[in-house]
Ligand binder design. Structure first.
Ligand SMILES: Cc1ncc(COP(=O)(O)O)c(C=O)c1O
Length: 349
């Protein structure tokens, strides 16, 4: 804070902002990073930057911000079902959802599990569609080609307090080239190019110097944090996967995972329902999350859409009824994790 005070630059692309953008490019292995005050504004801006209009194909199994960013741009979301193993958009469902109004696909790397990027890109190329990845959960994730954030036209990451890497509030757009970063930098600053030139109806979505400085501090600890998450995930996997009625998500083809969430599915064979387990855990001060329940497509601003009809989204509907994300964060102690595991095992008998 003293340095920020000495610099006398509190925001508007100051020195910490520039340092964090460069440090993230180096850490993540990406070409250009445009920092944002949060990922929701980054999603909204990404759609503006690519001039996306009409209809966009997306997933109902995500946080509401994914679809809200479409509504804020006057775009109609078209929901397609998800894959039962990855919980990501099922590429086999995309083609039948395409209409003459479709301009883009907005998939989510749910829980940091990479989407089937090759299949999605093939469809996008065939139909001349843009691909914008909501990669809010995918910080640090790598597939066989390197950072998963390099796929599609643009990827958006979230640095919200609950994420693997955070700036308290924050986010970024990963851009493939300097030209798209420049346009995005203009759009996040009201459309200003210089003091007297405004080229687009931009918004104010700039990250402040204090948030950027927090990011630089947190980046020093990220490898340690990811290592601890991996340990916690491995222990959950080991001690819960033999339980009848509990299924852990086994992400395939991920070279580097970030273990941002630990979702389990609770089915009829477990003695109590998902919601009863959720409440009982909460009664003993264990805060699991029903992430993602309800589905986005069930919220009032979406449920009237034909693509939001639950019978068209059977996999997402079922998973949303069964899922529970268990506590996972670097400071979770072994003792506290034992309490979570014991509670789930105890109720299983
Ligand atoms: C999938 C997804 N997209 C978008 C967002 C929005 O991010 P932010 O809170 O940084 O606006 C979140 C979460 O917070 C998310 O989980």
């Amino acid at each position: 804070m003293e340095k920020i005070w000495d610099n006398k630059i509190l925001t508007n692309g100051g020195p910490f902002h520039q340092q964090l953008e460069q440090a993230l490019c180096d850490y993540l292995g990406v070409n250009h990073v445009a920092l944002f005050s949060n990922a929701t504004l980054a999603l909204i801006t990404a759609l503006q930057a690519l001039r996306v209009t009409g209809e966009v194909i997306t997933t109902p199994y995500s946080f509401v911000a994914t679809s809200h960013s479409l509504l804020w741009n006057g775009i109609k979301p078209i929901f397609v079902d998800i894959d039962p193993d990855t919980f990501n958009m099922d590429p086999a469902k995309i083609e039948t959802a395409i209409t003459p109004q479709t301009t883009a696909i907005m998939p989510v790397h749910c829980y940091g599990t990479p989407c089937d990027v090759e299949a999605i890109q093939k469809i996008a190329d065939n139909y001349n569609l843009r691909v914008i990845y909501d990669a809010a959960h995918a910080f640090g994730v790598q597939d066989k080609s390197g950072s998963v954030l390099n796929h599609g036209d643009l990827s958006i990451v979230s640095f919200h307090a609950t994420k693997v890497f955070n700036t308290f509030e924050g986010g970024a757009i990963i851009c493939p080239d300097a030209k798209s970063k420049q346009r995005i930098d203009h759009l996040k600053n009201f459309g200003f190019v210089d003091e007297v030139t405004v080229v687009a109806p931009g918004i104010n979505a700039k990250m402040s110097e204090i948030n950027a400085a927090f990011g630089l501090v947190q980046l020093k600890h990220i490898d340690q944090a990811l290592k601890r998450r991996a340990e916690i995930a491995a222990r959950y996997q080991l001690e819960l996967s033999d339980l009848t009625g509990i299924r852990c998500l086994n992400a395939v083809d991920v070279v580097v995972k970030n273990h941002s969430y630990f979702p389990i599915l609770i089915d009829e064979k477990y003695p109590i329902s998902r919601d009863t387990l959720y409440s009982r855990l909460r009664d003993s001060n264990v805060y699991s999350r029903r992430y993602f329940y309800p589905l986005i497509s069930n919220f009032p601003m979406y449920r009237g859409l034909p693509s939001a009809e639950p019978s068209r989204l059977p996999v997402a509907t079922e998973i949303s009824r069964k899922v529970l994300c268990l506590p996972i964060y670097p400071a979770l102690s072994d003792d506290d994790q034992s309490r979570v595991i014991d509670a789930i095992r105890r109720m299983a008998v």
